[in-house]
Design a binder for this molecule. Structure first.
Ligand code: MN
Length: 407
């Protein structure tokens, strides 16, 4: 089967026929959101192009995601048929499809799925060690549990928003320099560059999802910026973990790349130096994803975190979060935790890049940063190897820091 598309500019782009990420868009002249796939510099209006597929009629991915892997594959095949080169695409058919292509620059993107439950992990060993040194100096970098289970917490699904949503600087309680609690705008607003996994098919209460059932449930991948107020977080997080320092906003990319686009990107996770219990034992499995993130602040690339290096894989995270019998719902989002590699230019948060504010780093305009200033714009992008030598793009998750009305 050919992997080239008749859509101008699609072949060789990050949104080639090998990718076909799903999103929800609206046209400038209409407020009605609709489901689409990106192809080259365009988005294909799916309900208009494939009116017989009922799951594509809603302005959200949830109905398609709920339908399960066999349906996902069938729908992807139908979309591929519309967009790939002949044989099978006569000029007349092409012109039919062309009327349902809209330039990406002319549409507005929306949250691609209704977020059910949101879980955030802490699965980069490099990040966890860096944060351990910063937050708990003199103590072991990793907690006693860290190599035995993927540490995580339940977040706030209602504040997961699409890329472009303004980042209103949160107010909260933190310690003043003389050690007294005070309330005010965060002074240590940070990012966390993460990879998000979107659950499609649900699971019943009381049944764990083993490692090898991962693909029966997970639909695709998006990018996540888990905005974090470090001063609020440091004061509130003991003993129950992140709370208001994280829940003011979590941004996701507008595109969900289906797992079907990522077959060429799976690889072997890093060696495990501590044996794990049977339900987490992924010996011989290739569940790590060879994806590389790129973080820019006001246009300056500050980091390129490598995702293949994550100690815990998404399959282990899903197995763990259901190991107690917790059910999955369509639209559940679980995020990887900050992705950091071993090198300083691979750190996925500013608290690491600035060594907790002690060594500010430069931007292209000559200014220095430790944490985010009002007006700063952060963008995270990513790529992964795709089929036939292609490169899979994930779009971007971006946000600009603004002063809140309570300031
Ligand atoms: Mn996080």
């Amino acid at each position: 089967m050919t992997s080239s598309s008749w859509v101008a500019g699609a072949d060789g782009s990050l949104f080639s026929l090998s990718n076909l990420p799903y999103g929800v868009f609206s046209l400038a002249d209409s407020a009605r959101p609709r489901l689409g796939v990106a192809i080259g510099g365009f988005v294909l209006d799916l309900a208009a192009a494939l009116p017989d597929i009922t799951e594509l009629r809603e302005p959200t991915l949830n109905p398609l995601m709920a339908a399960g892997p066999a349906r996902w594959a069938a729908v992807r095949e139908r979309i591929t048929d519309l967009l790939r080169d002949p044989p099978g695409n006569e000029a007349a058919a092409r012109s039919d499809v062309t009327t349902h292509l809209h330039e990406l620059g002319s549409v507005q993107m929306h949250l691609p799925f209704e977020v059910a439950d949101y879980v955030d992990f802490y699965s980069s060993e490099h990040h966890a060690r860096n944060l351990g040194r910063i937050l708990r100096p003199g103590q072991p970098e990793l907690g006693a549990n860290w190599k035995h289970l993927p540490v995580g917490y339940h977040g706030r699904a209602g504040t997961v928003r699409v890329s472009g949503t303004p980042v209103v600087r949160p107010h909260g309680q933190r310690l003043s320099p003389d050690g007294q609690p005070e309330h005010g705008p965060s002074r240590r607003l940070d990012i966390e560059a993460e990879v998000g996994w979107v659950v499609g098919a649900p699971s019943p209460l009381g049944r764990a999802v083993p490692l090898h059932d991962f693909r029966d449930h997970v639909f695709g991948v998006c990018l996540v910026n888990d905005w974090s107020a470090r001063d609020l977080q440091a004061w509130e997080y003991v003993p129950l973990g992140p709370f208001l320092g994280k829940s003011f906003l979590t941004s996701v990319s507008p595109w969900v790349v289906p797992l079907a686009a990522l077959d060429a990107a799976w690889t072997t996770p890093p060696p495990r130096d501590t044996p794990v219990l049977a339900y987490l034992d992924d010996s011989g499995r290739r569940d790590a994803l060879d994806l590389t993130l790129e973080v820019t602040v006001n246009g300056t690339v500050v980091s390129r975190p490598p995702f293949a290096d994550m100690y815990w894989t998404a399959a282990q995270q899903l197995a763990h979060l259901t190991a107690n019998g917790a059910s999955l719902r369509t639209g559940d989002l679980f995020a990887s935790g900050t992705v950091s590699g071993p090198a300083p230019d691979q750190y996925g948060s500013l608290i690491e890049l600035s060594h907790n504010g002690t060594t500010p780093f430069p931007l292209a305009d000559g200014s220095m940063r430790s944490f985010l200033e009002n007006g700063d714009e952060v963008t995270i992008t990513a790529t992964a190897p795709g089929a036939d030598g292609s490169t899979i793009g994930f779009g971007a998750v971006t946000g600009r820091v603004v002063v809140g009305p309570g300031a």
